[in-house]
Design a protein around this ligand. Sequence first.
Ligand code: PHE
Length: 345
Amino acid sequence: MLQDKIKQYTEEINAFQPTSMNDVESYRLKFLVAKGVVKSLFEEFKSVSIEEKKTLGKVLNEFKQLAEAKFADIQPLFIDASQDVKREEGDLTLPGEGFQLGSRHPLSLVRKEIVEIFKKLGFVVSEGPEIEDDWHNFSALNFPPEHPARDMQDTFFVEKKDGNDIALRTHTSSVQVRLMEMGKPPFRAIMPGRVYRNEAISARAHCFFHQVEGLYVDENVSFADLKQTLFHFVQELYGEGTKVRFRPSYFPFTEPSAEMDISCTICKGDGCQLCKHSGWVEILGCGMVDPNVLDNCGIDSKKYSGFAFGMGIERITNLKYEIRDLRLFSENDVRFLSQFETEII
Ligand code: PHE
């Protein structure tokens, strides 16, 4: 009886689980080809009574759909594997498929370069939190309570706490304090990191930027050590023959303090737009650590002395790659970023 056959084949199809491409092909040959089960049941259908046709027609059509749907399900199961086999059989001497490498961010490249130079001089890298308290960012560093840098205009405050406000650090000098509080001299460390200042964003200023600061504290550290260290750094970073000059300056945490200029990297001192025709560009602030700061951090300022310096990585990068707009560093424009050295990390 046709109805019994349909029932039996339906069960067979539902239970069928192919384990190879061959099983799938056998299924197709059994059920779906011109002389297969489906077609032959339709042949048989022609000879059943009109009464039976009414009910069996629907059942048979459903069976046909089931047989085809099953094939659609099982057919893709082994296709990928069979293609893999073909691939493995391919020419193994062909070059591999290329993939695009990313590139390092220019600020990371320059930070790395700065760190490498100081590492060779025996400096270690030291890091600290970006959310700081007033003590580490200001007070320990000898900022008088009414100093303008504490003003709302420069500092992003996180929490106002009586006497020890919490803020985003405005410089990485806070890490110097943490380092000195934690240990005993000698200290020879550099502190790379992100800092925040409440400034309107423009081509020349941003609300965050990156610094590398350095600290060297030991017995008998002198201003001559400071000058020699920074002179060496500049020769390494910008090439032999780059000139340096120190101008007196003021920072609450260093005494004496200075700003260091280098001969313009673009015009080599002849005068151009970058150096505003002076032949010199400023790259960092520095000085001898104020004895008050040493004492604040529990270090005997009668026995020890030290120097400190701090530079903005953006500024150093601008000079190196002639970038004129600070905003490019944080916009993540691939056209800008992909111009820098690519390396496998
Ligand atoms: N902290 C200073 C700044 O942010 C830089 C500096 C560091 C100056 C160390 C002198 C010594 O501008």
